[in-house]
Design a protein around this ligand. Structure first.
Ligand code: C2O
Length: 548
């Protein structure tokens, strides 16, 4: 592979959206940030220079980081933040992966403006398992707030209140014409008739799963989370924060007298209100026939897509079930066939006691947890503590493998819903095969949670509604062609079962990719021990690794 160098200057930039100008934190002054394009097997060397008054880290979402955990990026998990004026070089190899991923800030809510595509092309001369597209187009969804998101989340966390909803969703940084002053802030995709385009869809939004559709066009899903899938056709794609989906768009054989709207809007299941706005962009054909002189007075028709209802869980479930590994001879699904460690984790929202530095009404606030443990961010990085055998006072290894109190998870909440807090991890021996059932709870209300695992891809064996039944449900597990991915929506009022092989030594974060839930504590970490072999150990950290 080649070594590719990038420089990320973290700096402020004035940006105008929705009739207002504000100063935002950017990479190189751009929003979305720069596209990283590499090939499978390449090494990426990305020098991040922090020129702003915020602590920064960058995460390469979905990159496996085989024995390069020091470059993974979640703040206080694998590294201390890059402070003002400091530099850190992320250095890692893209091993055994190709497809669409993305990068984003992994500290506080800076992902709101620090995000961009990370495209891994197949090795030179290797082809796609589908027709070579005319053109490849990254389409990255984001969210825009008129307020300063860092001030907003800091205030929300210190008062126990919920942060503001965003003012718009964006397509490649642009909200589109349904919003005030945004007609010129509209993403336009220009296409030729009779061609195939590869759209690399990425959901970098902070707090919403999104439906995406293009009027009068069918999309063929060919890849999810940088893994090829069995192609299937759909009019709408559901994509959670943290997920990426490649779709083929086949354009009409002749340029129609129309412009087609593409739209992204939330899939929302929770009891809380959600940002019920729609981001739109345009699909425009080159040389539509009306531009010819005799049709001068005819206007192009503007066609709108029909999206599912905001709470269409039935669509969400069907869509998620359709995603199956391609599992061809060339791209086999390597599902672990045996299990060394079994875990059952409840995920959901609950109530927590306020700490001294907070001022909350009734002294309680909403929090989120896994197995009733609301994760407390340590003040130094877990990976350093683990590597240098200094875990004492940083983390404990007693993260529960099962809920401490069993209850009817999807039924009425039990009386005592108070959560615990702690910086607890699960320790796994090298190469352990892990089976994990993630069970949604409805203590405050059933809600879909997009769970993301760092350092691994996992296989999605099955999902269902109600409480997972350990006697009956394992019979439904798909061990042949399950989806292989890094982020999965735990169904609202249901469960999902996954498996992964712990073949990557280090400390790996797992969390809900809805930023508000991460802030509330819906996160934990796995510590994977070194193996015996030379290629089974985490090397020491680079000399420029930031200190806390
Ligand atoms: Cu895309 Cu831990 O995140």
């Amino acid at each position: 592979g080649t070594t590719r160098h990038y420089k990320f200057d973290i700096k402020l930039q004035n940006v105008t959206r929705l009739c207002q100008t504000k100063s935002i934190v950017t990479v190189n002054g751009q929003i979305p940030g720069p596209r990283i394009i590499a090939r499978e097997g390449d090494r990426l060397v990305i020098k991040v220079v922090n020129h702003v008054q915020h602590n920064i880290t960058i995460h390469w979402h979905g990159v496996r980081q085989l024995r390069s955990g020091w470059a993974d990026g979640p703040a206080y998990i694998t590294q201390c933040p890059i402070q003002t004026g400091q530099v850190y070089v992320y250095n890692f190899t893209l091993t055994g992966q190709r497809g669409t991923l993305f990068w984003h800030a992994h500290i506080s809510w800076l992902r709101a403006t620090l995000y961009g595509p990370l495209v891994i092309l197949p090795k030179r001369h290797a082809s796609y398992p589908f027709p070579q597209p005319e053109k490849e187009v990254p389409i990255i969804f984001g969210e825009w707030w008129k307020v300063d998101t860092e001030k907003m989340i800091n205030q929300a966390m210190s008062t126990g209140s919920a942060p503001n909803l965003s003012d718009a969703f964006t397509i490649n940084g642009l909200p589109g014409p349904l919003h005030n002053c945004s007609a010129k802030d509209t993403f336009k995709l220009k296409v030729k008739p009779g061609k195939t385009y590869l759209l690399r869809l990425i959901n970098a939004a902070l707090n919403d799963e999104l439906f995406f559709s293009i009027a009068n066009h069918t999309l063929t899903v060919v890849e999810a989370d940088a893994v090829y899938v069995k192609p299937f056709k759909t009019h709408t794609v559901l994509i959670t924060p943290g997920q990426t989906t490649n779709v083929l768009l086949r354009t009409k054989s002749k340029s129609p007298n129309a412009t087609f709207i593409m739209a992204a809007r939330p899939y929302a299941t929770g009891p809380a209100t959600f940002d019920n706005t729609t981001a739109t962009g345009l699909l425009e054909y080159e040389n539509p026939s009306v531009s010819k002189a005799k049709n001068k007075n005819k206007k192009l028709q503007l066609l709108k897509p029909v999206l599912p209802q905001f709470n269409d869980t039935s669509f969400a479930t069907k869509f998620s079930n359709k995603i199956r590994s391609l599992n061809s001879a060339k791209f086999p699904a390597k599902v672990p066939k045996t299990v060394d460690r079994r875990f059952f984790f409840t995920v959901g929202l609950g109530i927590i006691q306020c700490s001294q530095n907070q001022t909350c009404p009734n002294n309680t606030m909403v929090a989120a947890s896994i197995n009733n443990v609301s994760f407390v961010q340590p003040s130094t990085a877990l990976l350093q503590a683990h590597f240098f055998n200094k875990s004492k006072g940083v983390y404990t290894t007693d993260f529960p493998a099962n809920p401490l109190v069993k209850f009817n998870y999807t039924g009425n909440p039990p009386n005592n819903i108070m959560m615990n807090t702690g910086t607890k991890v699960v320790v796994l021996p090298f190469n352990a095969s892990v089976e994990l059932v993630l069970q949604d709870t409805s203590i405050i209300g059933a809600e879909s949670h997009p769970l993301h695992l760092h350092g691994f891809n996992f296989f999605v064996l099955a999902q269902g509604f109600g409480n997972f039944d350990p006697k009956k449900d394992p019979a439904k597990f798909n061990l042949v062609d399950p989806a292989e991915r890094n982020t999965i929506g735990v169904p609202s009022g249901g469960w999902v079962a996954i498996r992964f092989l712990a073949d990557n030594p280090g400390v790996w974060f797992m969390h809900c990719h809805l930023e508000v839930h991460t802030s509330w504590g819906l996160k934990m970490a796995w510590v994977v021990q070194d193996g015996k072999g030379p290629k089974q150990k985490l090397p020491p950290p680079p000399s420029d690794l930031p200190k806390c």
